[in-house]
Design a binder for this molecule. Structure first.
Ligand SMILES: NC(=O)C1=CN([C@@H]2O[C@H](COP(=O)(O)OP(=O)(O)OC[C@H]3O[C@@H](n4cnc5c(N)ncnc54)[C@H](O)[C@@H]3O)[C@@H](O)[C@H]2O)C=CC1
Ligand SMILES: O=C(CO)COP(=O)(O)O
Length: 368
């Protein structure tokens, strides 16, 4: 079994002694193992009894992160109250569609004096809220000052075996972001602080939708040229939505933006990219039955957030009047039953135009 790298010698100094990781999927488990590698005690809340049992008895999450040997500093529990007791940092790492309900059920036991850091990437389907927006809406005001998000190119499987990774931690309060940075950082795990919370979150959500498009393009064998074009024009779409929602264009050039987009759009380690590839390989009705979050999926429990997020992005772009043709194609294929090849070809038939437009004295990506 592989084990995580990173030792106390390499780690940034932190006063944090216990972290509660709320979510026992692949990423929650990988982050639990990462902080445990710094000598920090970790209480890992998992929804599934078999995950709790597997982590505590075998030091492995054989359901969501099989093959990674976990630190003995991790204790799994099915009680949120037990997990958060005496924790000095809370990591919330559950899929976006479940966050609001989870908060409704568990917020009374959550301490408000310690940072609550959300690692989820997505946009809620009905409300069109990002995870941070859900937290702000659902939690009382006393929690808000300590909220933060972490985003960036970070496959759970690679973190699980201690491969070098860099992410961004964004918070309204820089001191909170710095606290998280110190708690997470090792030589192999670099953490940059950031102030643009909404920008970081939207990038993390949108790259999942764009990864589905890239997986489909690769599935057709359209080649590296096509994938690079999708990534670049995908960045243009991300920029327009982020800026319209009040985020910063500079976030797009960072780890949460181009970093995660390039990673997810070019690796079959990405569940979202794999969904795109699989969509080409199978008929859509069959695919819809098998994609997590879209139907009776019960063989592979992993969540590809881009499936549901594509609907949210369609609605958000419509509401805000933002042109997002690649994301729209993914939405049409998954949610409207449009033939995937037709959707990809439709993108190529769009009117020719300049790559950038002049806008308020600077050059910006053009709208088509
Ligand atoms: N896996 C990865 O490499 C990365 C994942 N993320 C994000 O982390 C979040 C969690 O993803 P993973 O840990 O990969 O999950 P996963 O796909 O490995 O596992 C699914 C998770 O969903 C939980 N779940 C299922 N039904 C639920 C319900 N009704 N209520 C609450 N939880 C429920 C399961 O308990 C499990 O923890 C997602 O937003 C994902 O985009 C972010 C960076 C990397
Ligand atoms: O967000 C991720 C890497 O940064 C994981 O991507 P997938 O959810 O597509 O596997």
């Amino acid at each position: 079994m592989a084990s995580a790298g990173g030792s106390m010698k390499e780690a940034a100094k932190t006063s944090v002694r216990k972290v509660a990781v709320l979510g026992g999927g692949a990423f929650g488990t990988a982050m639990a193992n990462h902080v445990a590698s710094k000598g920090i005690l970790v209480s890992l809340w998992a929804r599934e009894d078999e995950v709790v049992h597997s982590v505590n008895s075998k030091h492995e999450n054989s359901t969501f992160l099989a093959g990674v040997l976990l630190s003995e500093k991790i204790v799994a529990t099915s009680s949120v109250a037990e997990a958060v007791s005496e924790a000095e940092l809370l990591f919330l790492i559950i899929p976006t569609p479940f966050i609001a309900k989870w908060l409704e059920q568990n917020q009374t036991v959550l301490p408000w004096q310690v940072p609550l850091v959300c690692f989820s990437k997505g946009i809620e389907q009905q409300s069109l809220r990002t995870p941070y927006e859900i937290l702000v809406d659902e939690l009382p005001g006393k929690y808000h000052a300590k909220l933060a998000v972490v985003s960036g190119p970070s496959f759970a499987k690679e973190i699980g075996v201690g491969l070098p990774t860099s992410v961004a931690c964004a918070a309204q309060d820089l001191e909170v972001a710095k606290q998280v940075q110190l708690a997470l950082a090792t030589r192999n795990f670099r953490v940059y602080t950031a102030a643009d919370v909404i920008g970081a979150e939207l990038c993390g959500a949108l790259k999942n939708v764009l990864a589905i498009a890239c997986g489909a393009s690769d599935g057709f064998g359209f080649g590296a040229n096509a994938r690079a074009a999708l990534i670049t024009r995908g960045l243009a779409e991300m920029t327009r939505l982020v800026v319209k929602k009040g985020g910063k264009a500079s976030t797009i050039t960072g780890l949460a933006g181009v970093g995660d987009l390039v990673l997810t759009c070019s690796s079959s380690l990405s569940r979202n990219y794999s969904v795109g590839q699989a969509m080409v390989a199978r008929s859509l009705p069959e695919h819809k039955r098998q994609v997590p979050g879209t139907g009776n999926f019960n063989q592979d429990l992993a969540v590809a957030e881009g499936v549901k997020t594509s609907l949210a992005v369609h609605l958000l772009a419509e509401r805000l009047g933002v042109e997002m043709p690649i994301c729209e194609s993914v939405y049409e294929v998954i949610h409207k039953g449009v033939d995937i090849k037709t959707a990809l070809r439709k993108l190529q038939d769009r009117p020719l135009r300049a790559e950038h437009d002049e806008y308020q004295g600077t050059w910006v990506w053009s709208a088509l």
